[in-house]
Ligand binder design. Structure first.
Ligand SMILES: O=P(O)(O)OC[C@H]1O[C@H](O)[C@H](O)[C@@H](O)[C@@H]1O
Length: 324
């Protein structure tokens, strides 16, 4: 596929809205060198992120693709189980550790494109953004029955010239009093083979192990590798971590702000078999590395706004040692 050069890029090509196979609007972001992202208005979920060579960088279960039209028992009329893949937004609660549906309800709501977005206070690190969409979700009175706090949540998704994907979420408290929430960008990365993956940047940190009743342990000095199920929340993590995929010679760099925790998850064979969406062996092709505030929930006072930012970019593995 030929790409337009930077010099003659028509900015109208950078942003398009099209219906997916379920008739739900998806925003397509593109940049001149070929990178792209697709964002579903269902859940405000990034469902695809491709590099300049058109390679998909996010994991989505193949069976989930087939099942996308299936109605599931959540409260929305058009509800689709939109969890196993892409980058679902988890808000209010993470997982099933609360009274709401898994990961809270904004991931199963229809968001709207915000054509008149509130200005962002700080735009540091966003030089080079060429394609952007702003989404907003203002819960209805019905939603307030599930979580009786008044709020608005906004999501800006952007692609930079080099293909980096950025997400900035903003939550505003419109309530009479303070409320607390958890948040995660539940980031399903596509990998060649989980056994070939290492995560660097979490060494020596304390973590809660969800497989050991949330026991608090300390990571040893080595990078994280995978040989069985992993489900951990790393605490007080640095703002940059890297995911190295040796077989694909690809490194994904994650930078984050306002998100002190990192959730690392791979279900491995036994748990994946129990999950409806995962086909045989598909667990090998993914790892979730979530920028999150789940063990360190956010408390937001009336009128305050919280911002949580995640940026994903790729570098060739051979460059990695030079840069870090
Ligand atoms: O199936 P999902 O809703 O994507 O959630 C999958 C996983 O998410 C988190 O990482 C949790 O820590 C796991 O316990 C959970 O199984």
């Amino acid at each position: 596929m030929g790409h337009q050069s930077d010099a003659i890029w028509d900015h109208r090509l950078g942003f398009q809205i099209a219906k997916d196979s379920n008739g739900i609007d998806q925003v397509l972001l593109r940049v001149p060198r070929g990178a792209s992202a697709r964002i579903s208005l269902y859940g405000g979920q990034v469902v695809s992120w491709k590099n300049n060579r058109g390679e998909e960088l996010l994991f989505t279960t193949r069976s989930r693709n087939k099942a996308m039209g299936k109605q599931v028992k959540t409260k929305g009329p058009n509800s689709i189980n939109a969890t196993n893949g892409g980058i679902p937004i988890c808000f209010q609660q993470f997982g099933n550790s609360g009274c709401l549906e898994q990961h809270g309800f904004v991931s199963t709501q229809m968001w709207a494109v915000d054509h008149d977005p509130l200005p962002l206070k700080a735009s540091n690190g966003y030089n080079g953004v060429v394609s952007v969409v702003d989404l907003v979700l203002k819960p209805s009175d019905d939603d307030n029955k599930f979580w009786p706090q008044r709020f608005e949540i906004r999501l800006r998704v952007s692609l930079a010239m080099n293909g980096s994907l950025s997400m900035i979420s903003r939550v505003r408290n419109l309530n009479g009093k303070a409320f607390r929430f958890k948040f995660a960008y539940h980031t399903y990365l596509s990998v060649s083979d989980i056994s070939e993956v290492r995560i660097e940047g979490l060494e020596t940190l304390d973590y809660l192990d969800n497989l050991l009743s949330q026991q608090r342990l300390t990571e040893q000095g080595d990078a994280i590798t995978f040989g069985s199920e992993v489900d951990r929340v790393y605490l007080n993590s640095p703002n940059m971590i890297v995911v190295l995929d040796h077989e694909r010679k690809r490194t994904i760099v994650m930078r984050k702000d306002g998100l002190p925790d990192v959730v690392v998850w791979n279900p491995w064979e036994k748990k994946a078999k129990l999950m409806a969406d995962f086909g045989d062996e598909e667990y090998k092709e993914m790892v979730c590395v979530d920028g999150a505030a789940v063990e360190t929930p956010v408390t937001l006072k009336l009128g305050e706004e919280w911002t949580g930012r995640l940026e994903l970019s790729t570098i060739a593995s051979s460059l990695c040692n030079d840069q870090f």
